[in-house]
Design a protein around this ligand. Structure first.
Ligand code: BGC
Length: 733
């Protein structure tokens, strides 16, 4: 990796960011920054070495915590994670106020998609393709969290991943850098608006572990790093993320936690990130496991040198840096640089009484009903209807008897494994209760639990389930992989239906009745055979506190589905890694031997990125461009007419993709460059317009420099990455 500081001319044409994403500090912000720099400098000058190291120390709450309180009073612990109880928070705040320099503390938790009310999991937010919804969701979660006294969330997770074996795809926005950047910005803005600072994570390449195995190393070329993995981080920085978390993994053999070219040269200097970089949980100690450090002192020295400002939970800085300075192995200047960043962030967050700016907690809490409304809105728009043969959905009045089958329909599990423990769980409707309340008068809802657990690891009563289904006109089978099958440390090789769910599905499919499959999942699944036999497949993700109510609204037809896949659904695990934006090859896949596919399975995915049906249909026509070409500084307007050709209202995500036909390096066969979610009444038409800036069509060279190469581009507009309506334009010299 050979990163150098590069001329500004290159920096102004970063690709893949929304046009408005470049940070442009206004004069007032510049003045505030200058004031903060001066205050930080003055404070730093008053600090002892021990107090400085205390600011870099970020332990997790440990019971009993009297010893930690004492350390806070001595200035040796400046921040803490996992303090949730308001009494505990108060005790720590008072301890900080009683310390010599009274430096306020960072209090952080993983408020990812929940504090008390659980929102759908983040991949579901991305499936809405509606970033303003994500912003409102993050704001609501942050408001609940900040009201409790916490000031920082370990979110958003913005790792791009093309590998659904990796369990943490549940926390991100999927496979695409453009969509990922849009959601990264929205989530950062939302959390900040709700009164929390953010920690965009995990920098970088954590979503690209070899084999999909969590914590495994990633091999990423520099061009790919800039094209694919950095755009969400650039967007998060532009949206004001105060902190960024480094990832556990190696990139090209060097752990990120000890990787100065990545943390200092790329993140802090090239991307201009002004905030603080924290390690992930115990990641500094784990440098020893990586085989790049002899002991804790060596690990601490390497992490600090790389540019890790805050040591999360390993205690390595607290235990070794003072001795490192004494024996000359640790440079005081590196400690000072880290402390400056930590203090500046605390000023920017408004934690000091004399902070000139700051993220402020709302004066009054948000009403629970408002938080629930926002959670319901996200859920409603996140469900993805993959298939709907014979208009099996919505449940029609003529389906006199509907059989709802599956223990998942009794579940109130909200999958908020990162939500703080110990809070009263809010009332959560089950799918069974929600659907019962919504089936039409004259309709009957039968129910059979079938399984002993929500994710169908074993049967409770298979025969009863089959008998119930036999008595119905329509079968709705509610399945789930909700057994901590997704999330951190949950890589899987089997992405089929878990447990005995497939066995019941096969038995029900044999009945020959319309069979609707509703699947709660945190990742794309490989369900080709099941999808082929089902009449309809609805992906519900893990939908949270309001989720099953929203699901019943969709099934009963009160609302039409409008979600689109943020990640490709593969046919089989053997196709992974799979994504829509691959590079072309010498022998592009055609399904024949000697082309880039498989001899035992089609090369196409089961469902492509961007796919999702509604209860109505949309037609695309009238693709037009404001000009046939543009210069490297130019832009072109693309317009397309979208018509609702069905008989009910619906929402459509209009997607714009481009492909550069010839360049110095192979360019992806398609790249998302714009999207807009619109609502259309039946029979109506709307013209949707996108601005395509030449700078958004740049790619990066081997040194990570953006290149805008003249040439011909194809563009495609439609309702998925398989869009067929196409045009062309040129970028001229
Ligand atoms: C995860 C982070 C998380 C941290 C603190 C780590 O294991 O990788 O995403 O924020 O724990 O809970």
């Amino acid at each position: 990796m050979r990163f150098r500081l590069i001329p500004l001319i290159f920096l102004v044409c970063f690709s893949s960011l929304p046009a408005n994403a470049t940070p442009q500090p206004n004069p007032a912000a510049r003045t505030a920054e200058a004031e903060i720099t001066a205050k930080v400098q003055a404070l730093l000058a008053r600090m002892t070495l021990s107090e400085k190291i205390g600011q870099l120390n970020f332990p997790s709450l440990a019971f009993p915590f009297e010893a930690q309180l004492a350390e806070v009073r001595q200035g040796r612990v400046g921040n803490m994670l996992n303090v949730v109880n308001p009494d505990h928070l108060k005790a720590f705040k008072e301890a900080a106020a009683a310390s010599r320099l009274k430096v306020p503390m960072l209090f952080a938790i993983d408020a990812i998609h929940a504090f008390r009310i659980t929102f759908p999991v983040p991949i579901a937010w991305a499936a809405t393709w509606n970033p303003p919804l994500a912003e409102r969701a993050a704001e609501a979660i942050a408001t609940e969290t900040a009201q409790n006294g916490i000031n920082l969330t370990f979110a958003p997770m913005i790792d791009i991943s093309r590998d659904p074996r990796w369990g943490r795809v549940i926390e991100g926005a999927g496979e695409d850098p453009f969509l990922g950047a849009a959601f990264a910005a929205a989530r950062v803005k939302g959390y900040r608006a709700g009164g929390l600072a953010t920690s965009a994570k995990h920098f970088v390449g954590y979503g690209a572990p070899e084999g999909g195995r969590d914590y495994n190393g990633a091999q990423i070329s520099d061009a790919e790093l800039f094209d694919r993995y950095l755009p969400p981080f650039q967007a998060a920085i532009a949206a004001g993320s105060e902190t960024i978390m480094a990832s556990f993994n190696t990139v090209n053999g060097v752990p990120v936690t000890a990787n100065r070219p990545l943390i200092t040269d790329v993140l802090k200097e090239r991307l201009g990130f002004p905030g603080l970089v924290m390690s992930d949980f115990v990641a500094i100690t784990e440098l020893i496991n990586h085989g790049v450090a002899d002991d804790l002192a060596d690990a601490a020295r390497k992490a600090l040198h790389a540019g890790i400002d805050l040591d999360m939970a390993s205690g390595a800085y607290a235990r070794t840096l003072e001795a490192g300075v004494a024996d000359g192995r640790v440079a005081t200047a590196e400690i000072d640089a880290a402390v400056r960043r930590v203090l500046a962030v605390k000023y920017r967050m408004g934690l000091f009484p004399d902070s000139p700016v700051g993220v402020r907690t709302r004066a009054s809490p948000m009403a629970e009903s408002d938080v629930r409304t926002r959670a319901r809105e996200v859920a409603r728009e996140s469900f993805v209807l993959l298939k709907n043969d014979g208009a099996a959905l919505p449940i029609a009045p003529q389906s006199g008897t509907v059989a709802l089958i599956g223990a998942a329909a009794l579940s109130t599990n909200d999958h908020s494994w990162y939500g703080p423990a110990g809070l009263t769980k809010p009332a959560t409707e089950t799918l069974r209760a929600a659907l019962e309340a919504r089936v039409g008068s004259g309709q009957k809802l039968l129910f059979a639990e079938a399984f002993a657990d929500p994710c169908g690891l074993s049967f409770k009563n298979k025969d009863e389930a089959i008998a119930t289904a036999k008595a119905a006109d329509l079968i709705v089978l509610a399945l789930s992989e909700d057994c901590t099958f997704s999330g951190e440390g949950t890589s899987r090789v089997d992405l089929g239906l878990s447990g005995v769910q497939g066995e019941l599905f096969d038995a029900l499919a044999e009945l020959g009745k319309p069979l609707v499959l509703v699947i709660e999942t945190g990742r794309p699944l490989a369900i080709e055979e099941v999808a082929a036999k089902a009449s309809a497949v609805l992906i519900a993700w893990h939908p949270g506190t309001e989720g099953r109510t929203a699901l019943a609204e969709i099934l009963a037809g009160a609302i039409a589905p409008s979600g689109k896949l943020p990640m490709t659904f593969p046919r089989s695990v053997g196709q992974i890694p799979i994504a829509y934006n691959d590079l072309p090859t010498s022998r592009p896949a055609k399904g024949d031997r000697y082309t880039t596919g498989y001899i035992d399975e089609p090369w196409t995915p089961l469902y492509p990125f961007g796919h999702g049906l509604s209860y109505t249909t949309f037609a695309y026509s009238g693709l037009g461009l404001s000009a046939p070409d543009m210069t490297r500084n130019g832009r072109i307007e693309v317009r397309v007419d979208v018509t609702n050709t069905g008989s009910r209202a619906g929402q459509e995500v209009v997607q714009l993709y481009t492909r550069q036909l010839v360049a110095e390096r192979s360019r992806p066969v398609r790249e998302l460059k714009g999207f807009e979610k619109i609502s259309l009444a039946p029979g109506t038409r709307r013209t949707v317009r996108f601005w395509l800036n030449a700078r958004d069509l740049a790619y990066h060279d081997d040194e990570g420099r953006p290149v805008i190469e003249p040439g011909t581009f194809r563009l495609f507009v439609g309702g998925s990455s398989a869009a067929e309506l196409a045009g062309s334009f040129e970028i001229t010299e």
